[in-house]
Write a protein that binds this ligand. Structure first.
Ligand code: SF4
Length: 1022
């Protein structure tokens, strides 16, 4: 029996009929003390458990002093501090903090300082500037605190220190005479709390001794022990910090282990419980504040059904309403990114609102339409893009209906029904998103946001569109709504930038925890070091005892430095006090434990990949255990078994993952690959492909494919199915495997509009925008029969550019005005380079055609065969009689084309192909003429291209035919092996390609010379 329970048992017996109040750190702790008292000492009556705020409320209630003041939560206090800080900053009153500017981090730090000062009974009048190391800071803090005090008074608000100090005054006037107040000696109280307890007791305060802690100085925040320490009933752990003085008869059951990270530490705890068949409700796990252990247990519990209670509750972010709240904040912060919205929908945290009598749209359907709509981001784009998508579905429908008139049939009925359903779904989706967006206020004329409006918007969204199926979710939703309501009530914030408003709202949910519970039958109990240790369970684990987590680093508060604290008050805790208090707190908890104790620490940080070391308290426990006070860390390290890791060891598996890993490590080793192949046919096919690729013999998995069944569709010599383009032929020459993926298997990279804060248009979008501008401009110039002159034509070109850029901006929203402006300037510069280059062109010629289509032109290859070519020629100039120049605009660098002679080893075929195709087309258009393309190539009108042109002149047509024959022969023979020259780093298929790239093909090349010889031949076509 712990000293506290023993004392209470005696006191309750002696004063059974008296009304008694025991001050406790939390109601959860109080309930556990009551249960331990019942369990170990029998019945008791007239004992209640109160926290200091509850005691303050009771004092005020009994004295009729409760008043009309509204109590505040800590989030409301932070919000108030933030608002006052901004006000004072704007008034120029806080020059010292002015440079840092307003931020949630600074607001939290200032609130901490204000609260600590007030909990110590300090007022703004006590903050004399000369008591601070930097006087300006002292003056600024005094100004802030004075404004804070006046605002509480004026607005009728009651923060925690206000509540306590009002209760202290009331209790001093009239203590709770009819009640016996008991206070644990080891309970660490701030000054106002200590004064309240003393004043309420009115000189009859009963100090409840805890278990003795020998060898450690008592923290200043603990009550002094009137009769000294009682060592008679103390257990061995009372001498944790004085192992040399422990009486030999004192016994304790202590074990120590280490693990690879907190997750394995938690798993090891569960493995021990399973292996030893300890019922869950016979064990309690304690962990330091801020450690990951409670989270790990929660996740294990959610995944495996582990029955558990959490003394400090669960962070609200682990609940569905919490995910919705933080997800919505991210959504706004990322400029309404459609990816963020899809995440919320796919996780089921956001339910789309439906009209009266309608069923909400399924999240998968909604996300499919959102992605197809190519929204990307931007509040205004949702309606526009969804409307465009709906229009396109209706257009599809019209086409299908047109076709159906002639044919009909079941299949076309289905297609029409699908198009109609999609249009209706998109309409419903657009309406639902409209309702969500309507709840979120936009900026004012100056671009700033009203915090109250945003809070109300979030309130409505969490209340109406969230999911709360479990009790925990319902509590989380209510807690969030309460906090948001409180923030909204703090309505006098000046309008502020969105980011600052969102950061502030984030603080409303950041520290929120829900579902705090006392230990319950059948469940493992997990608690913090300061709130646990009261369960009286026979087995206690104390985890997370690495030196960084416990007792902590002892850093000074950044606002109120230790030296300033000492000057301002005798009772303001310094960083040393906080360290001492943490150490003493745990020592006193351990001293009260009577059963078996297991200490552990994570010895390796798996994320950071570095070792971590045990806290001093682990070393003390080791010394106490061995009875050797001189043992050091090296001895501890040597004595401990290897760190527990991912392998549970025979018969200790806690869950499926443990069991599988255990099985895989068992001897004889199971044939995992065979088991996987037997059970998972798709994985079996993958393994077979790996095997096939591993050998030198080329197979279908390397790209040696029998295209027989697909010949009509993929072989351009075999039928009309495969119409080639210059890009397609060039891809075939660069990497036949890439060609196979793209044009045979038809694998395509997903088309998504990703949010990139650093860029507006990607290179493809930028290139096609410039093409559009130049095409329209040059068409006008040609129609007017003018020659390009930079000065004269600049305004006309700028006008066209302005319109096209504005239209592109409507289609693709830029991440910021700054980025848009910079890219707009860059495009205008490109156009200037174009004008200058056109003006100084040696052979001017007459622009004849733009965006000229090559629509399935037959191109001959060696041997009399042919294939069909399609494409668009950016521009054709007539430079002499029946003599032409073919130009393709390129907005990138000219570097990749610098070595081009005629065919670029098959990798740059476009100039030659377009020349041949155009000559054939012109010959048909102008019968009797003998058109000849004298130059065909690229024009680079950009800063990187410097206005250069790279042109192919007269080339050998027969060589081109031979080259095309070789190249298309690859498809004909089904040779799609990655070439030795494949540029995988720049390939769209890089992330999914399984061919092994050019490295794999080197050895295969040796073994399969016949297949690879065409690559060597291509190199001859410079
Ligand atoms: S990643 Fe390399 S081998 Fe694969 S398709 Fe692309 S270029 Fe070819």
């Amino acid at each position: 029996m712990s000293a506290l329970v023993r004392f209470l048992a005696g006191f309750c017996r002696e004063h059974s009929l008296d009304d008694k109040l025991l001050v406790v750190p939390s109601f959860v702790a109080g309930r556990q003390i009551g249960e331990a008292l019942t369990r170990e000492a029998g019945s008791w009556i007239n004992l209640r458990f109160v926290t200091t705020p509850a005691l303050a409320a009771e004092v005020l209630e009994r004295r009729g002093d409760a008043g009309a003041a509204r109590p505040m939560t800590s989030s409301a206090e932070i919000a108030l501090t933030d608002r006052l800080f901004r006000e004072l900053l704007a008034e120029g009153e806080l020059a010292y903090f002015g440079q840092a500017g307003a931020s949630p981090g600074l607001s939290r730090a200032l609130h901490r300082a204000v609260r600590e000062l007030r909990l110590d009974g300090r007022t703004s009048a006590d903050l004399r500037a000369e008591r601070f190391l930097v006087e300006r800071k002292g003056r600024a803090l005094a100004v802030l605190l004075a404004r804070y005090e006046r605002t509480l008074e004026a607005d009728g608000l009651l923060d925690l220190p206000g509540l306590l100090s009002r209760a202290v005054e009331a209790a001093r006037r009239a203590p709770l005479a009819s009640v016996r107040i008991l206070c644990p000696a080891d309970l660490r109280l701030c000054r106002l709390e200590a004064e309240l307890v003393s004043a309420a007791a009115g000189g009859r305060l009963v100090t409840v001794p805890g278990d003795a802690v020998v060898g450690l100085e008592r923290p200043r925040q603990c009550r002094p022990l009137p009769d000294g320490q009682d060592l008679a009933g103390a257990g061995r752990l009372s001498w944790l910090f004085a192992p040399d003085r422990v009486p030999p008869e004192k016994d304790a059951r202590i074990e120590i282990f280490r693990a690879l990270g907190p997750a394995n530490e938690c798993r090891e705890i569960l493995r021990r419980l399973y292996a030893e068949k300890v019922p869950f409700d016979q064990a309690e796990v304690l962990a330091p504040p801020g450690s990951a252990h409670a989270t790990v247990f929660y996740l294990l519990s959610a995944r495996t059904g582990l029955p558990a209670t959490f003394g400090d509750g669960i962070a609200v972010s682990f609940t569905s309403p919490g995910r919705l709240f933080f997800g919505l904040l991210d959504w706004l912060e990322n400029d309404f990114s459609s990816d963020d919205l899809c995440c919320l929908l796919e996780n089921g945290d956001l339910t789309l609102p439906a009209g009266a009598g309608e069923v909400p749209l399924a999240s998968r359907t909604a996300c499919r339409h959102l992605r197809n709509a190519m929204i990307g981001w931007g509040r205004d784009r949702y309606a526009d893009r969804l409307s465009a998508l709906r229009e396109s579905k209706l257009a599809d429908l019209a086409v299908l209906e047109g076709r159906a008139e002639g044919r009909g049939g079941e299949e076309s009925d289905l297609d029409r029904a699908a198009a109609l359903a999609a249009a209706a779904e998109i309409e419903a989706l657009s309406a639902a998103i409209g309702r969500i967006l309507a709840a979120i206020p936009g900026p004012d004329a100056g671009g700033s946001f009203d915090l109250r409006g945003l809070c109300e918007g979030f309130f409505g969204l969490v209340r109406d569109f969230g999911r709360s199926e479990s009790d925990l979710d319902r509590r989380a939703r209510q807690a969030l709504l309460d906090r948001l309501g409180e923030f909204a009530a703090e309505s006098r914030f000046p309008a502020m930038p969105l980011k600052e408003a969102l950061d502030l709202i984030r603080t409303a949910g950041a520290s929120l925890r829900v579902g705090a519970s006392p230990p319950l039958p059948g469940r493992l109990h997990i608690a913090g070091l300061s709130s646990g240790g009261y369960s009286g369970r026979p087995l206690t684990f104390v985890a997370g005892l690495d030196e960084a987590s416990f007792p902590g680093r002892g850093l000074q508060d950044p606002i109120l430095l230790d030296e300033e604290r000492a000057t301002l008050s005798e009772t303001l805790p310094t960083s040393a006090d906080i360290l001492r208090s943490s150490l003493f707190g745990l020592a006193s908890v351990l001293a009260s434990i009577r059963g078996r104790l297991v200490l552990s620490y994570p010895s390796y940080d798996i994320v950071e990949g570095r070792e971590s070391f045990p806290s001093s308290i682990v070393l003390q426990a080791f010394r106490l255990l061995r009875g050797q006070p001189d043992l050091d860390y090296a001895a501890l390290d040597k004595a401990l078994p290897d760190a527990s890791g991912f392998l549970s060891g025979a018969g200790r598996a806690f869950d499926e993952a443990d069991w599988w890993l255990d099985r895989l490590m068992a001897e004889p080793r199971p044939d995992g690959a065979r088991t996987v192949s037997t059970n998972f046919p798709d994985l079996a096919a993958g393994l077979a492909a790996l095997d096939a690729r591993a050998g030198e013999k080329l197979t279908a998995y390397d790209g040696l494919v029998d295209i027989g069944p697909l010949r009509e569709e993929v072989d351009p010599f075999a039928g009309g199915g495969a119409v080639m383009s210059a890009t397609r032929l060039e891809l075939l020459a660069k990497c036949p495997f890439g060609y196979f993926l793209r044009h045979v298997l038809k694998v395509q990279p997903p088309e998504e509009v990703a949010f990139d804060r650093s860029r507006w248009l990607d290179p493809l979008q930028r290139g096609s925008l410039i093409h559009e501008i130049l095409c329209e401009f040059m068409t006008g110039v040609a129609e007017r029969g003018e020659a390009v002159e930079a000065v004269r034509h600049r305004p006309a070109l700028a006008g066209i550019a302005g319109e096209k850029i504005a239209a592109a901006r409507r289609r693709i929203p830029p991440p910021s005005d700054g980025i848009f402006e910079s890219e707009r300037r860059d495009i205008l510069e490109t156009l200037d380079i174009f004008l200058a280059a056109e003006e100084t062109r040696e052979t001017k010629g007459r622009p004849l055609a733009f965006e000229k289509e090559i629509a399935g032109e037959r191109i001959e290859v060696a041997g009399g065969r042919s294939f069909r070519l399609r494409g668009f020629i950016d521009r054709v100039d007539e430079i002499g009689e029946d003599t032409y120049r073919v130009i393709d605009y390129k907005t990138g660098s000219a570097k990749p084309y610098e070595d081009l002679v005629y065919f670029g080893r098959g990798r740059t075929l476009q100039p030659a192909l377009y020349a041949v195709a155009f000559e054939q087309m012109m010959a048909r258009e102008r019968p009797g003429s003998a058109p000849r393309v004298a130059e065909s190539g690229y024009f680079f009108p950009s800063r990187r291209g410097e206005g250069h042109e790279i042109m192919v002149g007269a080339f050998d047509r027969e060589r081109l035919r031979r080259l095309l024959d070789e190249l298309l022969g690859l498809i004909e023979k089904g040779y799609f092996i990655a070439g030795p020259d494949a540029k995988c780093a720049y390939c769209d298929f890089h992330d999914v390609c399984v061919s092994g790239g050019p490295d794999g093909s080197k050895e295969e090349c040796e073994a399969n010379r016949k297949v690879f010889e065409v690559y060597g031949k291509l190199d001859e076509y410079k």
